[in-house]
Design a binder for this molecule. Structure first.
Ligand code: NAD
Length: 267
C-alpha cells in the first residue's frame, strides 16, 4: 500500500485530494496551517516546509510526495523565497534522504505566462514566467529534473491551469485553463502511478479553447472528462478579460501586475 505525503494539505487542492483519497491510501498531511484531525491511516504534521528536521521525520515510509505547499500566487520576494524556494528545496531533500520513489510537483501555467494566447505549448519550449511566483515554479521544475537525474527521485511536474472553489470557470481565460476537481484528482493519481523518469505535464480539463495540446499528459495516462465549454454561456465578463495586457497573454492578469514595459509606467 502506497503511503502518500501531501504538502499544503490545508489548501484548496490538498483538502480536495485528502477527501478523495481517505479510503484509498495512507497519508501524511503537512501544512503550516491548521488541518482537520487525522482519520484512520492519516498522520497530520503541522510544520513549516523549511523545518528540515520536521520534514525529514514526516517523510519516513513515504512512497510518493504530492508537493502542493507554498505561496500559491504572486507575493513579496521574501514570502516566495521562504516557502517556494527554501521550502521546496527542503521538501526535495527530505524526500531524497527518505528514499521516496516519486515526486509530484505542483507547478503552474505561470511558468510560461508570457506566451501569447495564440501559442500552443507542450512543455518543451523555453520558460517565460510572468511573476516571482512563476519563477519559483521554474525553480521547482529544475529541482525536480536534478533530483530525478542525479538521485533517481522520479518526478512529474504538473503545470496546473486553474482549479477553483466553486468548481467552475470564473472568467473567460478559464475557458482555456480550467481543470475540474475530478480531472485534477485523476491527473495527480496518474502522476503518482505512471512509469516515468521525469515529465512536465500541463493540467487542464478537455477545454475546446485550451492552449496545451499535451502529449505528455497522454503519456502518463491522463484522460480528462470535464470541459469548461459547458460553462461558456455562463461565464460573465470579468475585469481581467478587458485588461489590455492580460487579455492577450496566457498568464492573464499575472502578466499585468507591476508591468512597466507594456504600460510605459516608470520603473
Ligand atoms: N489552484 C490553482 O488553480 C493552481 C494553479 C496552478 C498551480 N497551483 C499550485 O498548486 C498548489 C496548491 O494550490 P492551492 O490552490 O491548493 O493553494 P492554497 O494556497 O490553497 O494552498 C497552499 C497551502 O500551502 C501551505 N503553505 C504555504 N507556505 C507554507 C510553508 N512555508 N510551510 C507549510 N505550508 C505552507 C498553506 O498554508 C496552504 O494551506 C500550489 O503550489 C499552487 O501554486 C494551483
Amino acid at each position: 500500500m502506497r503511503r502518500i505525503m501531501i504538502t499544503g494539505a490545508a489548501g484548496l487542492i490538498g483538502r480536495m485530494l485528502r477527501a478523495r483519497w481517505q479510503a484509498r491510501w495512507p497519508m501524511v498531511l503537512v501544512d503550516r496551517a491548521e488541518m482537520d484531525p487525522p482519520g484512520p491511516d492519516e498522520t497530520v504534521v503541522r510544520c513549516e516546509l523549511t523545518d528540515a528536521d520536521a520534514m525529514r521525520a514526516a517523510m519516513q515510509g513515504v512512497d510518493a510526495v504530492v508537493h502542493l505547499g507554498g505561496v500559491s500566487t504572486e507575493a513579496p520576494w521574501e514570502s516566495i523565497r521562504d516557502a517556494n524556494i527554501e521550502g521546496c528545496y527542503q521538501t526535495f531533500e527530505a524526500a531524497r534522504m527518505a528514499g521516496v520513489r516519486r515526486m509530484v510537483f505542483a507547478s503552474s501555467n505561470h511558468a510560461i505566462g508570457f506566451y501569447p494566447r495564440t501559442a500552443r505549448l507542450d512543455g518543451s519550449e523555453a520558460v517565460r514566467p510572468d511573476t516571482r511566483y512563476g519563477v519559483s515554479k521554474v525553480f521547482g521544475e529544475a529541482l525536480a529534473s536534478l533530483y530525478a537525474d542525479k538521485f533517481g527521485l522520479s518526478a512529474v511536474c504538473l503545470r496546473l491551469g486553474t482549479a477553483r472553489q466553486p468548481d467552475e470557470p470564473g472568467e473567460r481565460r478559464h475557458l482555456a485553463t480550467w481543470i475540474s476537481h475530478r480531472d485534477l484528482a485523476h491527473l495527480v493519481e496518474r502522476a503518482i502511478e505512471a512509469d516515468i523518469h521525469f515529465e512536465i505535464v500541463f493540467g487542464a480539463s478537455r477545454n475546446r479553447e485550451g492552449w496545451w495540446p499535451d502529449e505528455a499528459a497522454r503519456r502518463i495516462g491522463y484522460q480528462p472528462r470535464d470541459s469548461a465549454d459547458d460553462w461558456r454561456d455562463r461565464v460573465a465578463e470579468h475585469a481581467n478579460d478587458r485588461d489590455p495586457i492580460a487579455r492577450d497573454l496566457q498568464g492573464g492578469i499575472f502578466c499585468s501586475w507591476e508591468n512597466t514595459r507594456m504600460t510605459g509606467m516608470a520603473r
